[in-house]
Design a protein around this ligand. Structure first.
Ligand SMILES: Nc1ncnc2c1ncn2[C@@H]1O[C@H](COP(=O)(O)OP(=O)(O)OP(=O)(O)O)[C@@H](O)[C@H]1O
Ligand SMILES: [Mg+2]
Length: 258
């Protein structure tokens, strides 16, 4: 008789690839970004989609900006790691798995510029999706510089997302998705929870000429709750049937424990 041990292994590049391509709806990129910005305590976010033409191709570009706490070196590492969440044992936050930002890897390049405590870190990763397909882990190059007086926050620029397929990212579709399927469309304001009420997103979809300010909270199209009348920007009524992701519940839920 012979005996031996098996140590389970993981094919890291393969796992990253699975997570990066694992969405039923490309709009989930927006949900992950909003969840992270809200977890970072942001009160203002900017989400902009554009498709500038470069050397004959239209490069789908996503710009995500927030005025949250920003990241230190360890958190920036966690941004690129799989399964390394800096939010473990923080049930009040949305994130927990360390998977969210990995949907960003489905692109041609990612640039993250984040500021905390007068230090700005800039990380650039080239061709993450291509590398993963070739079985290699992509690397991010980071520069660190002093930024005295610069306010905290994070800016993420993603080029060539989802093979430049932009049809999902029209303005109205994004707006409806944000209101229905993200933490930002939470109906908690109706239940007298105030902490997120003043938060805003400046959104610009691919087909929009200018950005539009979206205010926090869900809108019930048929019977608006009386409390919602305080919010001038909240007359948004969904016009599309939005496909529901059946694998994961949306971040939007009512927490009755609170
Ligand atoms: N906008 C942001 N501001 C500050 N830190 C961020 C931001 N986005 C990501 N991070 C950092 O990157 C880490 C990884 O993010 P990621 O979304 O992958 O995981 P998570 O939010 O911890 O969990 P989940 O998989 O449930 O989203 C976070 O834990 C956080 O430390
Ligand atoms: Mg997250």
């Amino acid at each position: 008789m012979q005996s031996y041990e098996i140590t389970p292994k993981v094919d890291a590049a393969r796992e990253f690839l699975e997570i990066a391509g694992d969405f039923t709806n490309p709009l989930e990129v927006v949900r992950e970004a909003i969840s992270n910005s809200m977890d970072a305590g942001a009160t203002a976010m900017k989400i902009e989609f554009s498709q500038p033409r470069e050397v004959g191709t239209y490069v789908l570009t996503i710009l995500l900006e927030d005025n949250g706490r920003g990241m230190d070196g360890d958190e920036l590492q966690a941004f690129f790691d799989l399964g390394n969440s800096s939010k473990r044992h923080r049930p009040e936050l949305i994130g927990e798995k360390g998977h969210g930002t990995k949907v960003f890897f489905n692109c041609a390049s990612i640039r993250v510029e984040t500021t905390r405590d007068n230090v700005t870190r800039t990380a650039e990763m080239q061709q993450p999706f291509k590398s993963l397909h070739a079985g290699q882990l992509p690397q991010a190059s980071v520069t660190v510089r002093e930024a005295v007086g610069r306010s905290a926050g994070t800016q993420i620029r993603i080029l060539g997302f989802n093979d430049n397929q932009g049809e999902f990212f029209t303005h109205e579709r994004l707006r409806d998705y944000i209101k229905w399927f993200t933490k930002f469309g939470s109906c908690e304001a109706v239940f007298d929870r105030d902490e997120n009420r003043a938060k805003v997103i400046d959104l610009k979809g691919l087909d929009a000429k200018a950005s539009q300010r979206i205010e926090f909270g869900h809108v019930f199209p048929e019977a608006p709750h009386p409390h919602l009348h305080h919010h001038p920007g909240m007359s948004i009524v969904p016009r599309h049937t939005v496909s529901i992701d059946v694998r994961k519940p949306p971040d939007t839920f009512v927490d009755f424990r609170a």
